[in-house]
Design a protein around this ligand. Structure first.
Ligand SMILES: Cc1cc2nc3c(=O)[nH]c(=O)nc-3n(C[C@H](O)[C@H](O)[C@H](O)COP(=O)(O)OP(=O)(O)OC[C@H]3O[C@@H](n4cnc5c(N)ncnc54)[C@H](O)[C@@H]3O)c2cc1C
Length: 567
């Protein structure tokens, strides 16, 4: 790392690159520790993928679950993490996560406007592993009233993507989404309540389509932003960090482009990189991710272009797990900027995922991460499953939403836009005709449907065990028996859509230690430099232990980094 002569334009104690949940948490903690703190954000909007997210945080042994009587402990959570993450991540990082994650969320709950609550039955993703729980570890940001924000700033918060909004407009919380999408008892009243709340926001309704009842990631980022604002912590939009500046072997600031002008910002106590992954950088995807992998299959923030990873590399940082992502099966919807993740549809009864031979290759109710891993593992020239195909029947279509398609009961086929009919969903009167339209092997598809229909009647999927545990059933339809995740695929017409190996963001990044300090390839320290979130190597290695496994760590290690740099 070479020193250079720099003329400084600004000086702070702690500089944070990015404005997602990890960045904002670090900024709040740094300010509270007395540091002059600045966040810089490349895009014209703050919040990054964190604002676009579901707003769930996976925090074992958190104070809120303890208050509700869930029984958890760091030992139990460590048993779980050790068995799913394995030895690929040093134990010191796992220990740091388990120690600091509950403290970080408690801090945020006590010192900021953020409200979190437990999603009681959101089970850990690997129910068969020791230390897993059937609920309690997933915290959700409680809906937040966006009218508390000034109008301009509210619109500067990156919006919730259409996939997480009813009719592309009305926001909902995780439990509300689960009830609406799986038609749990009371879902109609729920819908009416949310719709009336949306329509009733007069005169705002005449100014913007955006719902000011913020939920999901907006319920996380909105309150954190408000908390930064009342602390007078500056957040510069349209300011891209380009290069780290080094003095005597220590990172002492960044060179940035602020609205077209170069500025050198000195950071006396440290720089935290929290600038997201490389979701939208085709060259980096090609270099690091498994093939095929296209940026348009990603759901992540379009400004996640890997800048922080490149900047870290330039000062000698090591990289880890660059072939990994927070995988999930996605669908590409005409006219939408980012892909939509298929979280719920894949688990609902009356549908299944098949390859080009018409054969199933995965338990559809598995964690979304594992569905994509299975797509890559099974994709051969004899049995291609990229894309895979979600096949469903008329009953499924009538009852459940699929991507941008509302349930047929609310949006019959005749009312579906021609673009969606042409580019998104295929429909045919028989399975044979559907297979022909989609290029799937007819006899393979027929045989699989026959088998699935038998499994649906008995309630037991003898091939993959679909719907067998609490996590599988979270997104099942409780009114369907004997297995809430399976029903015969029998009623014409039949439908199919293409499904891709997408992600919520890439996962590999700068090598870091348990204190979020950036390390060289041989674990030598790069003084003054910290990283959190998707620009840093994941604390959960190649796995996805439960809902909130990316926001939990970015928030926690933002908290850890600020304390390490400033205490
Ligand atoms: C639809 C969706 C749903 C999701 N749901 C969940 C969920 O419920 N739970 C969960 O744990 N995870 C979820 N995720 C994943 C999660 O949102 C991300 O993994 C997480 O937000 C990444 O946080 P981060 O701190 O790395 O950065 P981000 O929140 O992405 O923020 C990074 C910021 O840095 C900015 N930036 C980039 N380059 C520069 C630069 N050079 N200079 C300055 N700024 C820069 C970006 O514009 C961005 O604003 C979801 C993702 C999506 C897309």
């Amino acid at each position: 790392m070479q020193s250079e002569d720099v003329s400084w334009d600004h000086e702070v104690d702690f500089l944070i690159v990015g404005s997602g949940a990890g960045a904002m948490t670090a900024a709040i903690v740094a300010h509270d520790l007395g540091a002059r703190t600045l966040l810089i954000e490349k895009s014209p909007q703050f919040g990054g993928s964190s604002a676009m997210s579901g707003g769930g945080l996976w925090i074992p042994n958190n104070h809120l679950m303890n208050d509700l009587g869930f029984e958890d402990s760091s030992d139990k959570a460590m048993a779980y993490l050790k068995s799913c993450v394995g030895s690929i991540v040093p134990e010191a990082r796992l220990t740091s996560y388990l120690e600091n994650a509950p403290k970080a969320v408690q801090y945020l709950c006590e010192k900021t406007h953020l409200n979190l609550h437990v999603v009681p039955d959101y089970a850990d993703y690997y129910q068969e592993l020791p230390g897993s729980l059937e609920g309690g570890r997933c915290l959700e940001a409680t809906p937040f009233d966006g009218s508390q924000m000034n109008e301009e700033e509210f619109l500067q918060m990156r919006a919730t993507p259409p996939q997480a909004l009813i009719l592309g407009r009305i926001s909902m919380a995780i439990s509300e989404a689960q009830a609406l999408l799986t038609h749990s008892p009371g879902w109609i009243m729920q819908f009416v309540k949310l719709a009336l709340n949306y329509i009733g926001d007069i005169p705002w309704r005449f100014r913007s389509k955006r719902d000011r009842r913020c939920s999901f990631g907006n319920a996380l980022i909105g309150p954190l932003y408000q908390s930064l604002k009342e602390r007078n912590v500056p957040l510069w939009l349209n300011t891209s960090s380009n290069r780290l500046l080094v003095e005597d072997g220590r990172v002492v600031g960044v060179e940035a482009n602020k609205e077209g002008e170069q500025v050198n910002i000195r950071a006396v106590k440290g720089v935290l990189l929290a600038a997201g992954g490389f979701d939208n950088n085709p060259a980096m995807r090609k270099k690091f991710l498994p093939d095929p992998s296209l940026a348009q299959w990603s759901c992540g923030n379009p400004y996640s272009t890997g800048d922080a990873i490149t900047m870290g590399q330039q000062v000698g940082a090591g990289l880890e797990l660059m072939d990994e992502a927070w995988w999930g099966p996605t669908v590409v919807v005409p006219g939408e900027e980012r892909a939509r993740m298929m979280v719920i549809e894949k688990s609902l009864p009356g549908g299944m995922l098949v390859d080009k031979n018409g054969k199933r290759f995965v338990k559809e109710t598995s964690a979304y991460d594992d569905v994509v891993k299975a797509m890559y593992a099974n994709n051969t020239s004899e049995a291609p499953c990229i894309p895979a195909y979600l096949i469903f029947d008329a009953r499924f279509r009538k009852k459940y939403p699929v991507g941008p398609l509302l349930p047929g009961a609310q949006l019959p086929d005749w009312a579906v836009s021609s673009d969606i009919k042409k580019h998104f969903v295929r429909k045919a009167d028989s399975l044979e005709a559907l297979a022909h339209k989609m290029g799937i092997d007819v006899s393979g598809l027929n045989a699989t449907v026959e088998k699935m229909n038998e499994y649906a009647l008995s309630g037991r999927d003898l091939d993959f065990g679909r719907g067998e545990n609490a996590f599988d059933q979270f997104y099942g339809d409780k009114s369907v028996t004997p297995n809430p995740c399976m029903a015969p695929i029998a009623k014409a017409p039949f439908y199919g859509i293409e499904v891709y190996p997408g992600e919520l963001g890439t996962k590999g990044g700068l090598k870091v230690d348990e204190r979020a300090r950036v390390l060289g390839p041989d674990s030598d320290l790069i003084p003054g430099l910290y990283a959190t979130g998707n620009c840093s190597a994941p604390v959960f290695g190649r796995t996805y232990p439960g809902a909130g496994s990316t926001l939990g760590p970015t928030t926690t290690f933002g908290y850890v980094a600020a304390r390490d740099a400033l205490e």
